[in-house]
Structure formats: structure tokens, C-alpha cells
Design a protein around this ligand. Structure first.
Ligand SMILES: [Zn+2]
Length: 701
């Protein structure tokens, strides 16, 4: 009881300190906002650190109470008590994590840097607590006698596994070393992300020569002009390493030297031997992960991670990747030949290089299919695409979406919606944050501000979708590419997975599923976006309101598989790279660049393509949760391509198939293994054929 009282005093002192210093902390108070959304309008940067620390202290006190319970351990007083513990920390962390990714600043980054090791230590304090584990194990060992329902049993197994996978069964010395490793990894991961953001923001290409813009679409020209002013230039146009800026520049600028500069600027992020260099950082992370895996009794970090995934072992991941690699590489080589020819025809007598690929791909696309992004863009106005995605959800699942303009939000650009069933009952809240800005991390993602559960009354989900689309300029709305439209559908799929969750326990709800399963619900939604019938509904010219013409759809379809060799190869090269860093069987110092080059040589990557992420800016694996998991996207594509066939076999909006998808997969969270969920939906295991056909990669062709 001593420890318990000590912690309680700390906890109270923490609250008092927070109140005295800051006059109340909205993160720690009850939220009497509509639907209980976070009061973003009241939360200030200074509230995060004290709130996180207070919440950790409260969680610690709750854990001590479980440990010190004089009653023998039961499912109720141990497993459910653990499930209930840390509610405040989850609430505060969810807000902090979301804001840190989507709308950060120096103060927030500083908090993130300070709390990363504290959070790692806090987590270790729980999962390496022997007294606590003793109680969990006591319940686990009697699991057969407890008459638990399947979800209760799953919760018990997962809880037990959390401890085992954290190293609770190891000798004390190893556990102490584990804590050091976890703390160091937490710091390194923070630092990696912050270096990357700095390297991305620091770079610009500035030109005052209009000829350098080539056929760049008017709205992107306007955006580049605004960017130039914003960066303190006197005029002209500025391009940055954000994908919506660099990619169009690489596609359209005829200035080969500027293309080279921006391409290299992108490719060398974190690899400039300056203070934001990530090489030592990532090599250290790989070494620490290898050491941790060895301590845990696994051959490599990948073995450790994958034992929890559908793929199960590195061998199965490699076997899977290898099936796709050769056909993809073959297609990419033939694409390269076509681009080289186009470059020669353009009067440039030189080898095709990485910075030429997108430019000549665009030209070949135009020559072959009379299609470029400029023709398509006016049909993909961001709000119209959003409405299209909503409409798909309405036709499949009967959902409705009501905008809530008055709800607090972290940035004025955010849109907030109430999501309801066909009968009008409430499902949850969806925040959408579309536009790129410097305060936002790159890419697109979903996260939950509140997860669904019903352990103590129904808790409805609050989820967010985040993108880096070009913002509106002047009187032109945000016009996105067709790929962006698919990204919107993708993140919305993750959102649905969170919103449809229908489970008892928060720790099994929504997207808390294995990494190589979580991309299935998101990717399956992308499939609808390219169907002609669906394009007709949502792709409307932003000025005339005309639906996209049939002949343009026909050209899109004809060009659909174009450049898929490139897309598949650059993605897969990054997947192999991820696996290479995480199948090291001993902690060792490597030269990051040499290591990467060796692996790329091994797989035979062609020089004109670089991995979608090089090691020094591979945030998924060095500052996110995807280490040994980047293969997941294409793994899950086997599932989504096969699942979409179920709709093609019936009808695109078949309500019965949709209901089965919701019932058997989207509502189940992590209550059952992924393959079981899939089989319950499809009645059989997935076949890889649909994926290969979709990407135009039939082996032998
Ligand atoms: Zn995703």
C-alpha cells in the first residue's frame, strides 16, 4: 500500500501544480462538448506536458491498486481492471498524437521530445511489473475454467501476450537492458521524424523563368507563386519536397537541371551529413532492435514483429514479395525503354535518369493515351471527391453524413461530420483535414481521437482523416489528382473500420488489428473510385458541374495499368529495404548508404528507380509503427483485390455483400485473427490472381 499512497500524492501534486501554474487544464477536465469531442478551442500547447504527466501518474496509481488488491486475481479485478486503467492517458495521448502529426509547432515538438522516453518508461513500468504479471498469469493459467466468451478470452490472451512480448519472463538483467533499449529507441524515433521534417521544410527550388514550368497546371502554378512569396522571394515560383509540389514539377518541368536538383534534394533528405542527418540514427535503431529481438529469444526483429502478423515469418514475406518482384521488374524495364525512346525523340542524347522518369512517363502517357493529369484535375475537386466517397458509403451501408460547422477543431481547414446509420442513429464523428501545410507531417493517415467500446456503457468513436492535398488558391478550389482521390477513399476506409467497430473492449476495437491486415479495409475502398459508374457520380467538372465524359473515362481505363511497373517496383524496393534492416541477426554498425545499395543490388533494382523511401527518410519504419511491416500494403492488396471481386460478381453496390463485409470484418476489430475474418466474409482464402491482374503483372506476360 505504501507505493500506492506515494503515487497518489504525486498524482494530486501533479494536478495541483498544473492548476496553480496554468489555471486549469482542459485536457484533464470533463469535456462537455457536443458528442464529447476534444475542446480544441480551449487546449493550448502548454497544457500537453502537464496533462500527459498527470495522466501517466494516474495510470500508475491505478496499476498499483490492481497489484495491491488483497483479493485473489480474477478476470474482473485484474484483466478488466487493467482494461479500464489508463483511460485519462489514452484520452490525452490521443489528442496529443493527433495534433503532433497534423498541426505541430516548436512547442509541441519539444513536448514530444521530452515525453517520448517518459512514455516508453511508463509503458515498461507496466509490462515489466512482475507483481502485476503474476496476477495476469494466475488468471491466464485458469482460462479454460473461467467460462469466458470468445472476446473475453481474446482480451485475456492479448493482455497476457503484451507482457510476454515485452520481456517479462526474462532474467532481471535482461529486463533492465530492455528498458534502456526501449527508452533509447523512443528518443531516436522522435529525432528521426523531426530531422526529416526539418530536411523536408528547408529545401526549395526557386525559379523566375516561366519556361521552367512547362505544362504545369494553372492551379499548381498559382500555388508555386504563393509558396515563393511565403518563403520570402520577390516573385517567381517555388517548389518544395512535399509530394504535391515536387511530383508535378518532376512531371512537367522541361528544365532537366532543376528536375535533377529537386529530385536529389528529395532523395538525400537525412543524408546530407549535417545536423539533421539520419544515418547514424537509423543504424542505431536497427542495431537496438536486433539486440532486443535477441534478448527476447527471436532470431531477428522481423521474426519478433511478424510472429504477430498474418505473414508470421520473414520467409513468408520474402516468398510473397518474390512472387511479384520479377514480373514487376520486367514491366518496369519495358517502361524504361519507352521513356528512353521518348527522351531521345525529345533531342536529349543521354541515359534516362531518375529525375527524367516522371517527366517522360507523362509524355508517353499523353502520346499513347492522350491523357495527362491536367485534363483530369478539374474533375477532382476535393469536396466533390469527399462527397463521392460518402455516397459510396451511403449506397453500400446506408450511412449519412451531416456537417457540424460549429464543433471545435485543431485547424480552421478541418471539416467535421456526424456519421449516422440509415435509421438516423448515431455512429460516430469524423474529422477531415485535407490540405498540406508546414505544421503537418507528410502523407495521409487516419487516427482515433476516441475508440469504440462498451465495457462501461456505449462509447462511440471519434476518428480523423488527414491528407496533404494542394490547398485552394485564389478563387480556384483544391483540385486533386485521381491518385489523391484514391488516397481519400483509402483513409476513409480506415475511418470506417474505426466507425463500424462493434466490440466490448477498447483494446480490441477498430483498427487495432495486425499491421498486414489493417490495410485491407482501407485499400478495399479504393477499388470503387475507378469504376466508370462511380466516376460518373463523383467526378464532375468544378466549373461546369458536368460529369466526366465517357471518352475520358475510357482513356483513363486504357491508361490505368500504365507506369504500374514503376509504382510496384519503387514500393517493393522499399519493402525489401525494410526487411533487410530488420532481418539482421546481430546488432552491428553498418554504413547506411552502403547497406542500402547492397540490398538494392541484390534484388536487381534498376538505377532509374529509387526506393519509394530511402533509409534516411523511411519514416514508416524509423519513426512510425511499420518496421518489418511495409510489405503490408501489397500483402493486404491480395485481400482487397480478391474481396472486391465479391462485388464484381454480384453488383458494385450489393447491399448483402456490403453487410457481410461490415458484419464479418469491419465491425470485428481485433477480436479474431485476420484470416478468420476474411474467410467468414469470402468463404475461402484469397487468391493472388486478382492483384496481379489489377496491376497488369501476370507472370510470364
Ligand atoms: Zn492505410
Amino acid at each position: 500500500m505504501k507505493a500506492f499512497r506515494f503515487v497518489s500524492v504525486l498524482f494530486v501534486a501533479g494536478i495541483l501544480a498544473a492548476c496553480a501554474l496554468f489555471g486549469g487544464n482542459p485536457l484533464l477536465e470533463e469535456w462537455d462538448t457536443p458528442f464529447g469531442v476534444p475542446p480544441f478551442d480551449e487546449i493550448r500547447d502548454r497544457h500537453y506536458l502537464p496533462a500527459l504527466r498527470t495522466a501517466m501518474a494516474e495510470h500508475k496509481a491505478e496499476i498499483e491498486a490492481i497489484v495491491n488488491d488483497p483479493e485473489p486475481a480474477t478476470f474482473e479485478n485484474t484483466i478488466l481492471a487493467l482494461e479500464r486503467s489508463g483511460a485519462l492517458l489514452t484520452r490525452v495521448s490521443s489528442v496529443f498524437n493527433a495534433v503532433e502529426s497534423a498541426h505541430s509547432n516548436d512547442a509541441i515538438r519539444e513536448v514530444a521530445r521530452i515525453v517520448a522516453p517518459e512514455r516508453a518508461a511508463h509503458s515498461d513500468d507496466i509490462t515489466l511489473n512482475l507483481d502485476l504479471f503474476e496476477r495476469v498469469k494466475a488468471v491466464y493459467d485458469r482460462r479454460e475454467e473461467l467460462d469466458l466468451d470468445p472476446e473475453q478470452l481474446k482480451l485475456l490472451e492479448e493482455t497476457h501476450k503484451d507482457f510476454v512480448r515485452s520481456g517479462i519472463n526474462l532474467p532481471e538483467e535482461s529486463r533492465a537492458r530492455l528498458r534502456e533499449i526501449n527508452a533509447e529507441l523512443a528518443e531516436l524515433s522522435q529525432e528521426f521524424g523531426q530531422n526529416l521534417l526539418a530536411e523536408t521544410n528547408d529545401f526549395e527550388i526557386h525559379t523566375t523563368n516561366e519556361a521552367d514550368l512547362g505544362d504545369l497546371p494553372a492551379n499548381l502554378v498559382a500555388a508555386a507563386a504563393e509558396e515563393a512569396i511565403r518563403r520570402g522571394n520577390d516573385g517567381g515560383w517555388a517548389f518544395t519536397l512535399q509530394r504535391p509540389s515536387i511530383n508535378p514539377f518532376l512531371q512537367y518541368s522541361p528544365n532537366r537541371e532543376l528536375r535533377r536538383q529537386i529530385f536529389m534534394g528529395y532523395a538525400l533528405r537525412g543524408d546530407n551529413d549535417n545536423e539533421a542527418d539520419n544515418k547514424e540514427n537509423l543504424v542505431r535503431q536497427a542495431a537496438l532492435r536486433a539486440e532486443r529481438a535477441a534478448l527476447m529469444g527471436y532470431e531477428t526483429h522481423a521474426d519478433y514483429v511478424l510472429s504477430e502478423n498474418m505473414a508470421e515469418t520473414p520467409e513468408r514475406v520474402y516468398e510473397f514479395l518474390d512472387q511479384i518482384w520479377e514480373p514487376a521488374l520486367r514491366v518496369a524495364r519495358s517502361e524504361r525503354a519507352a521513356l528512353q525512346e521518348m527522351m531521345q525523340a525529345d533531342g536529349i542524347d543521354d541515359e534516362l535518369r531518375g529525375w527524367d522518369w516522371r517527366y517522360y512517363a507523362e509524355k508517353v502517357r499523353k502520346a499513347r493515351y492522350d491523357l495527362d493529369e491536367e485534363i483530369l484535375r478539374p474533375y477532382f475537386q476535393v469536396d466533390a471527391v469527399r462527397d463521392g466517397v460518402f455516397m459510396i458509403a451511403t449506397r453500400l451501408f446506408g450511412l449519412t453524413f451531416t456537417e457540424l460547422p460549429d464543433l471545435p477543431r485543431w485547424h480552421p481547414d478541418q471539416q467535421v461530420f456526424e456519421v449516422k446509420e440509415a435509421d438516423g442513429s448515431h455512429i460516430g464523428i469524423l474529422y477531415m483535414d485535407f490540405f498540406m501545410r508546414e505544421s503537418k507531417s507528410g502523407g495521409a493517415w487516419m487516427n482515433a481521437l476516441r475508440s469504440q467500446s462498451r465495457l462501461d456503457g456505449e462509447v462511440t468513436p471519434i476518428v480523423t482523416n488527414n491528407f496533404n492535398f494542394p490547398p485552394p488558391t485564389g478563387d480556384t478550389p483544391s483540385l486533386i489528382s485521381f491518385i489523391d482521390a484514391q488516397t481519400l477513399a483509402h483513409e476513409f476506409g480506415h475511418a470506417l473500420h474505426g466507425l463500424f467497430s462493434d466490440v466490448t473492449y477498447e483494446s480490441l476495437s477498430g483498427t487495432r488489428v495486425p499491421r498486414d491486415f489493417v490495410e485491407f479495409p482501407s485499400q478495399v475502398m479504393e477499388n470503387w473510385m475507378s469504376e466508370p459508374e462511380v466516376l460518373k457520380m463523383y467526378a464532375r467538372h468544378y466549373q461546369t458541374g458536368e460529369p466526366i465524359p465517357d471518352e475520358l473515362i475510357a482513356r483513363m481505363e486504357a491508361a490505368g495499368k500504365f507506369d504500374q511497373g514503376f509504382a510496384t517496383v519503387e514500393y517493393m524496393a522499399a519493402s525489401y529495404l525494410d526487411m533487410a534492416w530488420h532481418t539482421l541477426d546481430e546488432p552491428a554498425e553498418h554504413d547506411a548508404d552502403a547497406f542500402e545499395e547492397e540490398e538494392m543490388d541484390r534484388i536487381g533494382l534498376i538505377e532509374e528507380i529509387i526506393p519509394r523511401y530511402r533509409s534516411t527518410y523511411f519514416a514508416h519504419i524509423f519513426s512510425g509503427g511499420y518496421s518489418s511491416g511495409y510489405y503490408s500494403y501489397i500483402w493486404a492488396e491480395v485481400l482487397d483485390a480478391d474481396a472486391f471481386q465479391a462485388f464484381k460478381e454480384t453488383s458494385l453496390f450489393d447491399r448483402e455483400t456490403a453487410a457481410r463485409l461490415r458484419q464479418e470484418v469491419l465491425s470485428r476489430g481485433g477480436t479474431r485473427p485476420g484470416m478468420e475474418l476474411y474467410m467468414a466474409f469470402r468463404g475461402r482464402t484469397p487468391s493472388i490472381d486478382a492483384l496481379l491482374a489489377k496491376r497488369g503483372l501476370i507472370p510470364g506476360n
